[in-house]
Each structure stands twice: as C-alpha cells, then as structure tokens.
Design a protein around this ligand. Sequence first.
Ligand code: UDP
Ligand code: MG
Length: 308
Amino acid sequence: MLSFVIPAYNEEKNVEAIYSRIKALMQEIKEPFEIIFINDGSTDNTVEKLKNLAQNDNSIKIISLTRNFGHQSALTAGLKLAKGDATISMDCDLQDPPEVIHEMYQKWKEGFDIVYARRLNYRKDHFFKKIGSKIYYRILNKFSFVDMPRNVGDFRLIDKSVLYEINNMPEHSRYLRGMVAWTGFSHTYVDYYRPDRVEGESAYSLSKLARLGMDGMFNFSVLPLRLGFYLGLITIFFGIGLLLYQIGDVIINGVYYHLYKWLIVVLFIFMGFMFMLMWIIGEYIWRIFNEVRSRPIYIIKEKINFEE
Ligand code: UDP
Ligand code: MG
C-alpha cells in the first residue's frame, strides 16, 4: 500500500484538484492507497471540502490539528499515522505534481529506500528566496555532518523502514528533510520542474522560512558551534604575532613601547582564549542537546546469521 501525507493550510481551492490527480495516478500504478490530509488549523473551508471528499472515498483520511502548528509539525502528525509500505509526503498546492510520483514509485520498486523529488528550477520564486536558498544550502552542506540533499523540499517517497526510524525520533524541532537524510538509507533522485502555486497564497512567510532554515542550521550543522573555535584561533594567532613583532621591534630597533600597548596585545590574546572557552562550553551544550533529543545511536540495515 502507498500512503500520501499532505499537510493543508488554507488550501480549499486545491484539495479537490490534488485528490483527482492522485486518483488518476493511482489508476495507473494500481496499488491500494490512503491519502492522509492534515488540516493544520485552516481558517477557510479546507476541512469541509476534505470531509465532502472523505464521504465518498474512505481511502481519504483527515487529521485536524487544533490550531496552526506549522508545516513540519503537520507532516509529523501525518507520518505518525501512515500505514503504507511506502509513504509519499507532498504539498497540497500542486507544486509537487503527482505525476512525478510515477517515477518515484519505480525507483522504490528498484530498491531505493528514499526517493527525493529534486526541483530543477525556482522559476517565479522571490529573488531573495532564490539566492537565499542557494547560499543557505551551500553553507549547510559544507558544515553539516550528514550529506544534505540539495534542491529538495519535503516532496519525497520513503520506505516504511525509513518511516519507522523517523517516527521513533522524539526530537521536537523537526527538520524532516535533514532527519530523513540522517537515517542514511539508500536514496536517489527524480528531477522535476516545480510549477508555481496554482491557487491560494504561500503560507510560508519569510519568518516561517527563516525558522525552518535555523532548524536546519542548528540541528544539522556544527557551524554555529565551531565559530567560537575559529574566532579564538584567529584572535590568538593574531595576538601572538603582534606580541612577537613588538618584542622584535624592541630588541632589534630598540623602540620603546608604552605599557598600554603591551596590555592591548595581551588582552587580545586573552580574548582569543575567551572565544575558545565559549567554544568549549558550546561543545558541552551540543552534547547535552544530543542526549536530550535522543536520536538512535545507529540504524541497522541488515543482520546476517543472527537468530531472531
Ligand atoms: N502548510 C501547513 N502549515 C503551515 C504552512 C504550510 O500545513 O503553517 C502546508 C501548505 O498547505 C502546503 C505546504 O505546507 O501544503 C507547503 O506550504 P507552501 O506552499 O505555503 O510553501 P511554499 O511552497 O511556498 O514553500
Ligand atoms: Mg507551495
């Protein structure tokens, strides 16, 4: 069985269209399926529209959250309840064309556990969103300890073994694309052109996007942590260099340095040590953070010659 997990926030104009397109797709794929819609506190008629659809088709399932919890939380709610052998998460606004799933499904059948839909363009996206996302992913990838897929959103197919691991991660700040990559299962990509949103407005305000970006940065990269280390290193080296220069100047040229000039150099070096100290504290915090979010320590892919 295939599960579709679709968060919907004020998508009254899109739910019917996405339903009929998935339906058409599944007539070709010919597998049983369920479509889980998560109503993330919509203030329009999204729920009514969904209930209408669900009346005539019990493959449609609806989860309604009490208020707007945000895209990643809504996705989490849906993933918890998905029963499929493979689960497809996608947006409700038809920016993730259901037709792409055909190829994703094939890749899954070939044996890949994770199939990302990778977008080839950001056509009409905001200029800042375009540039911002380029820079963001570059930095994230450079300093991340998992191989973060690029140009990939939350449109993906995951096998139920991956879903099991995701559902077992109790962490609260959920950056799902990072968490999926972190599990390390075999993955591949299907490329597609991301169309513009058909109806309604993007619910991802700049602040929501920024928050998502921060979750990715702070949960999956060590850049913020290492900053203190690098700053400290640079400052200490610079300070020592300055000190050596002054000493050399005194010995070779007999120049007189006023006391405050020596003090400045010493202060500089000590400032470097302060940065270092902050980095050490950061390392402790990172360790506490890792204990608290209690991810599994490893994930086993297969065991051979073990009794059950
Ligand atoms: N969404 C949600 N809760 C929110 C914001 C968005 O469930 O608080 C859903 C929305 O209905 C859509 C998906 O998340 O299905 C992606 O949102 P959107 O299209 O606004 O993001 P964009 O494509 O602009 O990044
Ligand atoms: Mg969208």
